[in-house]
Design a protein around this ligand. Structure first.
Ligand code: PMP
Length: 361
């Protein structure tokens, strides 16, 4: 059986060993006679899975003890509302940096709940860079300061975090969580949809400093209040049981086969380096992002001709390289090379691009 190289922005590839393990446990999870999918979330077997997943996430990311880990649903998009409902209750203000469509959506949704300010934006150049910040624009009484750490559509990443002083920094880490070490203590809250680096779609992870929980707006629905999920160990209602189980397997893979986040970073730098080096040398393909802001995870590129772009995407698809078409707002191509993309997948993509350049350059 030949597995394709899937360059999708998410859902994306999962490590083959994780899929194989899940397959081997599909019909009978460790002698229980049932699949994890069929298992009561109140069973002791399932409690061990969710506890194990949280313990591994804490270990792999080095999450300090004064942070809560929540396994929720609704995608990162729900957090665009949940964050303000729970956090924007002091001054009722929050500051945002507009680095792309997801950051814009977070800003617009939060604006329904309070006074939101865009302190900087890179919209003028199709979000192809991370804007310089003027700290004089930051509001020192804001309840939080929001960034999208890795911009999935545009392929930019914050290499340096803004210094927000005592204002909690909140980050959407959907497309970079687990890709390299991160100092969680720099943040008040991190959130991510799982479907890129953590597991299947349907699971949303929130990591929140405990002093930020318990301040939600009066009108906050029970399900949208972080306190509800803290008090109930993410089991107020039925959690996305199977997605959490796969996430646990992914974390075991990261810890035991990859060497944790330090090991993952080295591999991700190697993969991204292969593609960026090629783009910098190519006479046909060009990267679209400011060099100093390039992402390790999402790499957009163009030929400059819509016709050649389409030809490349279709030839790549026929050769087993899937989902290379760029987001409609950028055009061209985008290779999302998340954790589970093997180095070999990127090597082969670069070889394919070189061959295409020779034939079409
Ligand atoms: N934020 C970022 C950075 C994303 O890449 C995405 C999805 N591609 C989202 C938010 C939306 O996530 P979800 O589909 O889980 O709501």
């Amino acid at each position: 059986m030949a597995r394709a190289y899937n360059f999708s922005a998410g859902p994306s590839m999962l490590p083959e060993s994780v899929l194989a393990k899940a397959a081997s446990e599909m019909l009978d999870y460790q002698g229980t006679g049932e699949s994890v999918m069929e298992m009561s979330h109140r069973s002791k077997e399932y409690q061990a899975i969710i506890d194990g997943c949280e313990a591994l996430l804490r270990e792999v990311m080095g999450i300090p003890d004064n942070y809560k880990v929540l396994f929720l649903q609704g995608g990162a998009s729900s957090q665009f509302a949940m964050v303000p409902m729970n956090l924007m209750t002091g001054s009722g203000k929050a500051d945002f940096v507009i680095t792309g469509q997801w950051a814009t959506k977070a800003y617009k949704e939060a604006s329904r709940y309070g006074d939101c300010k865009a302190v900087a934006s890179s919209k003028d150049k199709t979000f192809s860079y991370i804007p310089k910040l003027d700290p004089a624009e930051f509001r020192t009484d804001a309840d939080y300061f929001h960034i999208c750490l890795n911009n999935t559509i545009y392929g930019t990443v914050w290499h340096e975090l803004p210094d927000t002083g005592s204002v909690p920094l909140v980050a959407d880490v959907s497309s970079c969580i687990l890709s390299e070490p991160i100092d969680v203590s720099r943040f008040g809250l991190l959130y991510a949809g799982a479907q890129k680096n953590m597991g299947p779609a349907g699971l949303t992870v929130v990591i929140v400093r405990e002093d930020l929980v318990g301040k939600a707006m009066e009108s906050t629905p029970t399900m949208f209040n972080y306190q509800t999920h803290v008090d109930n160990g993410s089991m107020f209602n039925t959690p996305p049981t199977y997605a959490i189980y796969i996430c646990k397997l992914v974390l075991e893979w990261l810890k035991n086969e990859v060497g944790g986040l330090a090991g993952m970073k080295k591999i991700n730098e190697k993969k991204a380096g292969l593609l960026y080096d090629f783009l910098d040398r190519s006479k046909l393909f060009k990267g679209t992002v400011a060099k100093e802001d390039r992402s390790l995870m999402n790499i957009p590129f163009v030929t400059g001709s819509d016709e050649l772009d389409a030809k490349f995407v279709s030839e790549a698809k026929a050769a087993g390289f899937l989902n290379l078409k760029g987001h409609r707002s950028v055009g061209g191509m985008r290779a999302s090379i998340y954790n589970a993309m093997p180095v070999e997948g990127v090597e082969k993509l670069v070889a394919l691009m070189a061959k295409f350049e020779e034939a079409n350059g």
